[in-house]
Design a protein around this ligand. Structure first.
Ligand code: NDP
Length: 320
């Protein structure tokens, strides 16, 4: 059997690093994995993308690369999120098609679903109304991946598909306060707050009311599912990769879990003048559970502890 050459775009990011780690202990002799980041290629540029595909000649692609950011970064840069992600996605999918890549697994997100919707959301609802105004650029660019995947299937019979993760966290996240998602942002904040002393007078300030609910998946759990999708899932239709609906947590539970992981001695306070974003966006993983009924996710507190420990041990090389 000929070897699969699997190219992972965005291979230096949060999800890419997790897939790399999983593959270290779950490699197959007929698979060769290549992980690339923005130092290897500018996927906004078609020629640069073509040169990458010429160099590695992938047969399969996991396409993670994207302009990614938290609520506040999105709110201020919707046009950049739209244009950069449209270019990246079109370059990757079209170059894959032109070079006969047999399978592409791209990445959507539960935060691109319509703002006004019934819960839980499922894979059929992506295009049923406008996204939340805070991240419309990112959302519409991501939604177009699903449209393109169906186009490549209808016109060319390609199995170019997509997965829809809920919020992801874990080692190798982006901890930059201007661009981070909520968990790495709070990890950085708490680390900075107590680095010169973990005392009772310290206030851990969390933006927003703490009430919004979110599903968070540990990057290493998600990575295992990506590998499963690449090997086993063969439909152009997207599939939600999320923890169960019962595993949804509030931002204040996140803050408390982080405080425990850091053994924080001070007080958590909420700045309710800051934006909360969508109150909830509960996703159903029924389709996934149909394929993998016995799937188990890492317990939230355990995954938070591992993520915090990773950050403490790797502060100097983390994306701060
Ligand atoms: P990261 O921000 O951690 O990583 C982004 C990756 O994309 C990096 O490897 C980066 O390279 C690469 N990249 C960005 N721009 C370019 C470019 N122009 N050319 C080449 N490479 C580029 O993202 P995540 O790992 O968090 O996200 C991976 C995927 O998962 C994305 O598609 C995202 O939309 C999706 N997703 C993420 C969620 C989350 O909570 N994080 C939730 C749901 C979906 P480098 O680091 O070398 O600059």
């Amino acid at each position: 059997m000929s070897k699969k050459i699997i190219l992972v775009t965005g291979g230096t990011g949060l999800v890419g690093c997790a897939i790399k780690k999983i593959i270290e202990s779950d490699s197959k002799s007929d698979e060769q994995w290549i992980f690339v980041g923005s130092k290897d290629v500018d996927l906004c540029d078609k020629q640069s993308t073509e040169a990458l595909f010429q160099k590695y000649k992938p047969t399969h692609v996991i396409h993670l690369a994207a302009m990614v950011g938290g609520l506040f970064h999105n709110m201020n840069h919707n046009l950049d999120f739209l244009r950069n992600n449209i270019h990246i996605n079109d370059n990757v999918l079209q170059t894959a098609h032109e070079t006969n890549v047999v399978k592409v697994v791209s990445c959507l997100s539960t935060c691109i679903f319509p703002d006004k919707i019934t819960y839980p959301i499922d894979e059929t609802m992506i295009h049923n109304g406008p996204p939340h105004p805070s991240n419309y650029g990112y959302s519409y660019a991501k939604r177009l991946i699903d449209i393109a995947n169906h186009g490549y299937y209808d016109q060319h019979g390609r199995i170019y598909t997509s997965v829809i993760p809920c919020n992801v966290f874990g080692p190798h996240d982006n901890y930059n306060p201007q661009t981070s998602h909520v968990i790495p942002g709070l990890i950085r904040k708490l680390y900075d707050l107590i680095k010169d002393g973990n005392t009772e007078d310290k206030e851990f300030k969390v933006l927003g009311t703490g009430k919004p609910l979110r599903q968070f998946i540990y990057s290493l759990d998600l990575a295992k599912l990506f590998v499963w999708v690449l090997r086993e899932y063969n439909s152009p239709d997207p599939i939600i990769l999320s923890v169960d609906e019962t595993q949804e947590v509030s931002i204040s539970q996140v803050a408390q879990s982080l405080a425990r992981a850091f053994d924080f001695k001070g007080r958590i306070v909420y700045d309710s003048t800051a934006a909360d974003g969508q109150y909830k966006k509960t996703a159903s993983n029924a389709k996934l559970r149909n394929y993998l009924p016995d799937l188990k996710f890492t317990a939230f507190d355990e995954a938070i502890k591992e993520s915090v420990d990773w950050y403490r041990n790797n502060y100097d090389k983390a994306r701060n």
